[in-house]
Structure formats: C-alpha cells, structure tokens
Ligand binder design. Sequence first.
Ligand code: SF4
Length: 481
Amino acid sequence: MRVKMILPALTEATSPYFRPIKYSLFPPLGLATLAGYLNPDDSIEIQDEHIENLDLTDTPDLVVIEAYITSAKRAYQLGDHYRSRGAHVCIGGVHPSSQPDEAAKHADTVFAGPGEDTWPRFLHDFARGMPAPFYQSTIRSLVDTPPLRRDLLKRNRYLVPNSLVVSRGCPHRCDFCYKEPFFKGGRSFYTQKVDDALAQIEALPGRHLFFLDDNLFANPRFAAALFEGMRGMGRLWQAAGTVQAALDTSLLDQAVACGLRSLFVGFESLSEASLREQHKNHNHFQQYRQAIANLQERRVMINASFVFGMDHDDQSVFDHTVDWAIDHGLETATFHILTPYPGTRLYSRLQKQGRILTDDWNLYDTRHSVFQPAHMSVGQLEQGYWRSYRRFYRWSSILKAASQKPNRLAQLRHLAYSAGWKKFEFLWNPIVKIGMVAHMRPLLEKILAATKGQASKSLTPQREQSINDRKLIGIKNRKAA
Ligand code: SF4
C-alpha cells in the first residue's frame, strides 16, 4: 500500500509574520506515531509543508492529514485534491475532533481524539474494504503502542528532531484549552510506561531533548520515576509544565539533576480574577514569585506564556504584564490573544453571550481577537498584543531582564537565548532556507549547558521589595509629571 501522510501548513506560514525557524523546530511526531502501526512493507512518505513543498502529483492509496485549526482550510484543499485522484483520505487532529461534520466534507474518514484505539481499528477495516466514515476514540492508552517511525522524518530539516511525547493531555481543565474537545469521550491524561519512555529516550541520538507533553510534571510519580531513570544519561532537555511544577522543589531537583534546562510555564495571567474566570485553578498569582525563584535558583530558563483579553483585562494589562516579566528576568515570553477554540467551555460561554465575531478559523491563531473583549475594543486588544512583543523583545528590555541574573555567565546565557530566538531572524531565515538548521543544534546545546558557576540572586523577598519600590517611585514620578 502507498501511504502519504501530510502536515499541512498553518495559515501563519503564509503570512508576513511567518518565522521559518519557528516552524522548523519539531518534526510531525503524530504522523510518525501513526506510521508505526502500518505494515513494514507499506510504502510510506511523510511530508511537512512547513519545511518543504508538497508533491501533489502522486497517486497514493491512502492519504492521512493532520489538521489544526489554522491549517484546516489547507487540510481540506489537500483532502479534496487527493480524493479527486482516487485516494482514500483520512483527516484527524485537534480541529476535526471538534468539527467532524465540517471535516467530513473533505475526507472519507474522520478521526476524533487521539488515535491509539481508532487508527488500528480503521486499518483493520480498510484492509477488509470496509472503512467507516467516522471513528471516535474512547479507549486511551500508551501501553504496548508500536515505536514511532522516526526513520520517516527528515531529521536534519529541524532544529529539534529529538522532540518526544511520553504522555498525552493534562489533568487540568482550563476553559480555553484546546484539549477539551480533543480528549472528549475518554481519559484526558495518561502516560507511557516509564520503561517505554526511557527506551524511547535512549534510542535518540545526540544530547538534546525537547518533551512536547502538555504538562510533563502532571503525574508526579511518573515524572519522578522518569527523571530517576534519566539520571546519568547526560541529556540536556526542555519541557512544558505548570506553576505547580515549579513549586514542587523535590521533583524539580530531580528534573534538573537529569538535565532540565528550560521550562515553558503557563502563567497566563497576573490577575487572580482572570485565572478563576478561566478555571485555571492550579495557578495562584501569589505563588508566581516563588515558582520563578525555584527555577532560577536551579538555572532553569523560563519561557513564560501569557494570555490577553480575559474579561478582567483592560488596556493596562499589556504593559503591566511585560514590565512584570522583564523585572522577573524571564528569558522568553509567548503572548497570546485569548482564543475560543470551538468545543471549549470558553467558546460556549462567549457564544451564549453573543460575543463570537467570526468563524473564519484562519483567524483563530491567537494573534487576532475573534471575540468581543469586555473592557477594550478588538483593535486595542490586537494592538496591545503586538506592542507587548515589541516591548518585551527590544534590546533595552532584553538587557534589563538579563541584568537580573546573578553573574556574567548567567547574563550572557540569558542574552544569547533570548536574542538568539527573536533578534536574529535575518540569520535564521537563510539558514533554514538552505537546509542548515541542524548545524545550529550544537550552539543551542552550548547555551543550555552554560550554567557552571551560576549562583542565584534572583527574586529574594528583598529583591522583590526593591522591584516594587522602584515601580512605586515610577508611578509617583509619572503622577507628578
Ligand atoms: S494546564 Fe495547560 S495543558 Fe492543562 S488544561 Fe490548562 S492550559 Fe491545558
């Protein structure tokens, strides 16, 4: 059987804001996972439209397309194209899971939810010539799943080919999270067996790893056993976690001992009222300072995530958040406009209130306001979002945030990581274009590894007080002016 698996380009990839490096980070692991279930003698090709032009002249028997919300339109075009060429087209992923009827217009089979139970069932049905039009995942387990077909990924076209997932989902239920509709109908959090996860890690060449799990620390027992098993492997790794993860110092110590060097943390908002509004019940603003201090004391760089446009946000939210992030010495920040993905509680709430402004999924990219904000206009929300990026990543802000670090090495590391990510696009673009991105991996490893001799001066209560004092003086001066 000839099988073609496609990750269509997100809309952003065709916009003027496209940053080639951002889409050359991780290979399409989901498709490689599904490929693991196919027969060894099947002819399989995986194409990722973010890093290559698709060959649309072929005639596969089976086409598998993974769609996110802002790639849905492109996914449907590709589905239509391959159906017209006689292929059986399957579509799955986050967006088809919440909009199966829409996806069904462009595919022969639609998958809702993760594919561990439905994909093998489909393959069995397809082999008998009786594939169903719709498969809803209900049984969720990563036990005894076949290994990913990493051999099908174009490893050298990505900066971080050693990305991996050892769990699925997250036990929390934030109103805006994509995971609600995707995991509907079954468990929304489960892990691999620790031994399987360790075997997966051991099989990866090189030193650097990037865990793409939504929340690697969500099951502390699993995480502790995983980190214990990784001790001595000499890895350097990055991952995502919650503020809670950064508060559990014994688990954090284990993570750092086996190579954790940077963590994506979902702070989302500095307002308690906004956090409660979104049912982000595990986040408490008064614990943020401690969480940051715990990470910085252990030389773990922080990529902070913030969401703008919640109902308690007014126009002051942008500068307030950016100033706070700089004052706390955060290396990188990812800002989002609150986006009500269809199928989430947030979407239902805003729809009931008549505040959803469009169902053009291409605009659901967290850069556009697709709903009417409560205390500002759509234009103010979008302008504030862009201004936040400009303010956080201007040189003076990067230098100020880096200066919060306790010594020259730590400051240089901050500078290299932060500026390297956002200030050298003119270098990244040609590097990606000529297919040399893999050559930048050793540099990334060097920056992550550069922690020797770095001690903490970060965010002691005295320092926090001094930040607050400086702010008060600033406010008084502004008022006086
Ligand atoms: S903690 Fe993160 S991954 Fe988990 S539900 Fe909330 S937003 Fe989603």
